[in-house]
Design a protein around this ligand. Structure first.
Ligand code: GDP
Length: 176
């Protein structure tokens, strides 16, 4: 039979944000350590599983991708159901993807119990290997004002990708 690994906690984390900011790329970099310049955005990924050891606990992490559905604005309450953490992603070279985050955060608040106050949220500026248009300080300040963690990353170079998921899981484990 296929081997199943014992774990202490099962967590669900979502990756959301505008199309093409690099959500699938971040997921595939983290779970498969792969990167594709010509990734097919329409195919996307449903979810991937990763086992991690964090704070002395064995975590089974399921990470959900929008699989391109964000283009049609059809993410619904069922996508958000049971999520312990949300990674909100923008592209540091695209100011519009940063400005749209407010809408994404509203959706998290709308579809999560208690307005999402118990959901761990981490803001990620992806594509930091390219020339930025969104200042780090601006994004950091907004994240802080909304009670979100903040990191910059690159799915292409790997920079910060592991840290993104480590920090989310760590914060979920610490959650009361
Ligand atoms: P999604 O629609 O948000 O899932 O975005 P994708 O993962 O499909 O990525 C969109 C495009 O951006 C693809 O061509 C990727 O190769 C590219 N991309 C993703 N992450 C990075 C990154 O960190 N740096 C660079 N330079 N390109 C990236």
């Amino acid at each position: 039979p296929p081997q199943t690994f014992p774990y202490d906690y099962l967590f669900k984390v979502l990756i959301i944000g505008d199309a093409s900011v690099g959500k699938s790329s971040m997921l595939l970099r983290f779970t498969d350590d792969s990167f594709d310049e010509h990734i097919q955005s329409t195919i996307g990924v449903d979810f991937k599983v990763k086992h991690m050891d964090v704070s002395g606990k064995r975590i089974k992490l399921t990470i959900w991708d929008t699989a391109g559905q964000e283009r049609f604005r059809t993410l619904t309450s069922s996508y958000y159901r049971g999520a312990h953490g949300v990674v909100l992603v923008y592209d540091v070279t695209r100011t519009d993807s940063f400005e749209n985050l407010e809408q994404w955060l509203k959706e998290v608040q709308l579809y999560s119990p208690n307005g999402g106050e118990n959901v761990v949220k981490l803001l990620v500026g992806n594509k930091i290997d390219l020339e930025r248009t969104v200042p780090r300080e601006q994004a950091e300040a907004w994240a802080r004002s909304q009670g979100m963690l903040f990191l910059e990353a690159s799915a292409k170079t790997k920079l910060g990708i592991r840290q993104v998921f480590m920090e989310v899981v760590q914060k979920i484990v610490e959650n009361p």
